[in-house]
Design a protein around this ligand. Structure first.
Ligand code: COI
Length: 327
């Protein structure tokens, strides 16, 4: 198999591509550039491509297909950036590359703790050598009722790990799982909104859940609720969240993802004026932590992303059963 890798990060992924491609007899070439219409010709003559979160629309897929590409693998769990319907119509296979859920689950709990203990504010004030206690008092995660929306692999792992803190845990998902029922109480969204001190989102982005956390949902929540989002920015209506932060409905937010982040993360804008006003506002609040979609980013996860991306393409091209196949 000939694989073309877009957005290759030489500082962390390359060692794994070198190792796993050689072990599996795969020939690969790469670019550090993200796939864009002007560089799709690079993949001509390759069987498969590996991408990260750059949008892959119907026109781009058609160009790739014409150049001989049969499989598109995204080195991510989420695949909302790929036009799945178009790929299916073109007869192309799309795969994702799951990695162990601990990376994101650990990070979600870290954001919960940082929000409960006002860590952004404490660090900012410490930088100015303000070591007073006034305004820094926190609350204990162990005494919180935590709502987990989405109990797939990541949500379930968050629940398992939170159990050790002794919190009361409520959960919501369209599909309920037996293992979760033993650790948390499944309930409807209204109950989660009404009863939880912390609400953490763990579902993929779909048309149905676009802006599910909006003004109406927020109005049902407790005053001072903590929102944690390590899933997808589209789940929260940013304008409603900003209003909620300004009027005190939201006590704190830990946001590893934001709306319209694809043109921002993972690029370096150091020293440049940015035109993302919502991000600028969110970054200015002392009770908000914004991180650039780094919850996944561990040594363990990166190796799995690369290995499973290669494996998905190989299974697809060899006509084998493919656990990584999306369509
Ligand atoms: C995913 O795997 O879906 C993620 O959210 C991480 C990715 C953006 C690198």
């Amino acid at each position: 198999m000939k694989l073309f890798v877009y957005s290759l990060r030489e500082f962390d992924e390359k060692q794994y591509f070198d190792y796993w491609c050689e072990s599996c007899g795969v020939t690969y070439s790469s670019t550090t550039e993200a796939p864009k219409p002007h560089n799709l010709h690079l993949a001509e003559g390759y069987d498969a491509i590996s991408i990260i979160t750059t949008p892959m629309d119907a026109d781009m897929l058609a160009v790739l297909k014409k150049g001989g590409v049969k499989c598109v693998s995204t080195r991510t769990v989420g695949y909302d950036h790929v036009d799945i319907k178009a790929a299916e119509e073109l007869g192309m296979t799309v795969c994702n590359a799951p990695y162990p859920p601990n990376s994101v689950a650990n990070y979600a709990i870290m954001l919960m703790l940082m929000c409960c203990r006002r860590v952004t504010h404490i660090l900012k004030r410490s930088e100015l050598q303000d070591y007073t206690l006034n305004g820094k008092i926190g609350m204990e995660l162990s005494n919180c009722t935590v709502g987990i929306i989405g109990t797939g692999k990541i949500g379930r792992t968050v629940i398992e790990h939170l159990k050790g803190f002794g919190c009361r845990i409520l959960a919501h998902d369209l599909y309920q799982q037996k293992e979760v029922e033993e650790l948390a109480e499944y309930t409807d969204l209204h109950t989660i909104y009404r009863e939880c001190d912390i609400i953490s989102l763990h579902m993929p982005s779909t048309e149905e859940n676009f802006h599910m956390i909006n003004e109406e949902a927020l109005s049902e929540m407790k005053d001072g609720v903590i929102l944690i989002n390590t899933a997808r920015g589209s789940l929260i209506d940013s304008a409603a969240m900003i209003a909620g932060l300004e009027n005190g409905k939201i006590g704190a937010a830990g946001l590893d993802v934001i709306e319209d982040e694809l043109s921002l993360y993972y690029y370096n804008f150091c020293g440049k004026p940015m035109d993302n006003h919502e991000l600028a506002l969110l970054r200015s609040y002392p009770n908000v932590i914004v991180t650039p979609h780094t919850a996944f980013y561990t040594v363990e996860a990166v190796e799995h992303m690369v290995k499973n991306s290669i494996a998905g393409c190989l299974h697809a091209l060899n006509g084998e059963e493919n656990p990584f196949k999306v369509v």
